[in-house]
Design a protein around this ligand. Structure first.
Ligand code: ATP
Ligand code: MG
Length: 472
């Protein structure tokens, strides 16, 4: 068996999980520069009105619009949320570049009882206003695999930088890689640099930057190292890479499960595709009959809830257990079903023998169904604004527990003291905005100490946060 097929077989026998562990954003609305470490379960944003909580959620959601929706023509990721792409930029200054750094934990999990491996890629993306000012376009996308391979795409070149010493130790084992490299490689510092220039064809940038990789071929693998080449839409030249893995010390792997293990870049695209934002449901729209639209995404106002649930129930053959159970606890005696007629769908409930159409249902029912449906859609990260709307304390408590137990990050904005008291203090971010710095986030200092101290004083954590920490 040759090296390539051995490498690919070794990978096929595994699965992967990807967790977004850190996000940095620059120049999005009120955000000048912001960094957030994320934990699995709830990461809670608390702060005064107009502090920038919703902006943080929208900044992350923008990544879905710009990187996850696929190639759309014309490319206008600001639509329909914003009037003008300039409105997205910090202080509407077009000389600002919108930048993201997304740091991931990427676990490779064997089927058998072997070691779990992990690598820590980070993705750096920059957007600028287009020359005709009609949209925001990506101008640079960079993937870093530790410091051993860095692959950069811009609309004038693709570059792969591989750590020289790693390359040297592998060069006898991977003739394929060496062949690809030797022609064009130059040595820069600790790196072997392979750069393919590409003539600037402006109409091609979308294909090139958003969907840059056609295929990936492994030529070598051992438990800790995978090497091979990427093939892209342009250039026709393979781009070499080496991924180096480490043995994971984490026993409980977290994040979204991905099957595209042979193509990590495809998995990263799935990460963007599965970013979900939920604002308070548009209850008015939900009470009307809606045409059935085949959709596996819930829109941010949950207006397509009936369609999405209908598709989900169709696929699974039943209402997801998580939803069934929550209803039995929070709306005992109520059963829901989706009725479809003449291409229209409606969310119906049955309550002690009577059938209720959407205009007769409680707001809280729409709310809980939209959140739990979002969870069932397997998001890579779930963003929920103003979670408390329409929820009584008991329901809030239920849903906070449910979300906090997830293995993906759930970023939740709230003004509710109930929510603040339910979440561990080290999962709370205080969000504020100052004229000089824009929106900033801080963690509570020494959260455990604060909790203890407050307990002794008989003050709740929420009192402390809302009345001393976030008052101007
Ligand atoms: N392009 C921009 N540049 C700079 N600041 C902006 C820009 N767009 C919006 N803002 C600021 O963002 C603020 C709104 O922030 P956001 O909606 O995130 O607040 P919030 O914390 O969610 O508040 P609330 O609790 O009331 O919902 C606006 O009041 C404005 O000051
Ligand atoms: Mg808000």
């Amino acid at each position: 068996m040759n090296g390539a097929s051995m490498a690919e077989r070794a990978l096929r026998e595994r699965e992967a999980r990807i967790f977004i562990r850190r996000i940095a954003v620059e120049n999005f609305k009120s955000i000048r520069r912001l960094e957030m470490d994320l934990k699995p379960g709830i990461n809670l944003l608390i702060g005064p009105n107009a502090g920038g909580k919703t902006n943080i959620l929208e900044a992350i959601y923008f990544l879905y619009k710009a990187m996850g929706e696929g190639i759309r023509s014309p490319y206008m990721p600001h639509i329909p949320e914003y009037w003008d792409p300039i409105d997205i930029l910090y202080r509407r200054d077009t000389s600002n570049t919108l930048k993201y750094t997304i740091e991931l934990e990427h676990y490779i999990i064997p089927r058998e009882d072997e070691e779990i491996y992990v690598f820590y890629p980070s993705i750096h993306i920059e957007f600028s206003i287009a020359p005709d000012r009609s949209t925001l376009i990506p101008v640079k996308i960079e993937y870093r695999f530790g410091n051993h391979t860095i692959i950069t795409f811009t609309n004038s070149y693709i570059e792969s930088r591989i750590k020289h010493d790693l390359f040297e130790t592998l060069s006898t084992k991977i003739p394929d890689l060496v062949e690809n490299i030797s022609e064009t490689a130059i040595r820069v510092g600790d790196y072997i640099v392979i750069r393919h220039e590409q003539e600037h064809r402006s109409e091609q940038w979308q294909m090139f930057l958003i969907a840059p990789i056609i295929s990936i071929r492994y030529s070598y693998s051992e438990p800790l190292i995978f090497a091979g080449s990427l093939y892209t839409y342009i250039g026709r030249r393979p781009i070499p890479f080496i991924f180096k893995l480490a043995k994971s010390t984490i026993k409980e792997v977290r994040g979204i499960r991905t099957r595209d293990i042979l193509d990590p870049f495809m998995s990263y695209r799935n990460i963007f595709r599965n970013i979900l934002l939920l604002k308070h449901p548009d209850i008015g729209a939900l009470r009307n009959l809606k045409p059935f639209m085949q959709s596996e995404r819930l829109d941010p106002r949950a207006t397509n809830l009936a369609s999405v649930l209908f598709a989900l129930i169709g696929k699974r053959g039943r209402i997801p257990e998580r939803i069934d159970y929550a209803l039995s606890r929070l709306f005992p005696g109520t059963f829901i079903r989706i009725e479809s007629k003449f291409g229209q769908v409606a969310l119906m409930a049955e309550e002690s023998g009577i059938v209720l159409p959407p205009p007769n249902l409680a707001d809280g029912l729409f709310k809980i169904l939209s959140i739990l449906t979002a969870v069932e859609l397997n998001p890579s990260i779930l963003l929920i604004d103003e979670i408390e709307n329409s929820m009584h304390a008991e329901m809030l408590e239920y849903i906070v527990d449910e979300l906090d137990a997830l293995s993906i990050p759930v970023i939740v904005a709230t003004h509710s003291p109930v929510v603040a008291d339910l979440v561990a203090p080290d999962k709370i971010y205080i969000v504020s905005r100052k004229p000089e710095t824009g929106t900033v986030v801080e963690r509570l200092e020494d959260p455990e100490k604060i909790r203890d101290k407050l307990k002794k004083l008989g003050v709740s954590l929420s009192d402390y946060i809302f009345y001393s920490k976030t008052r101007r």
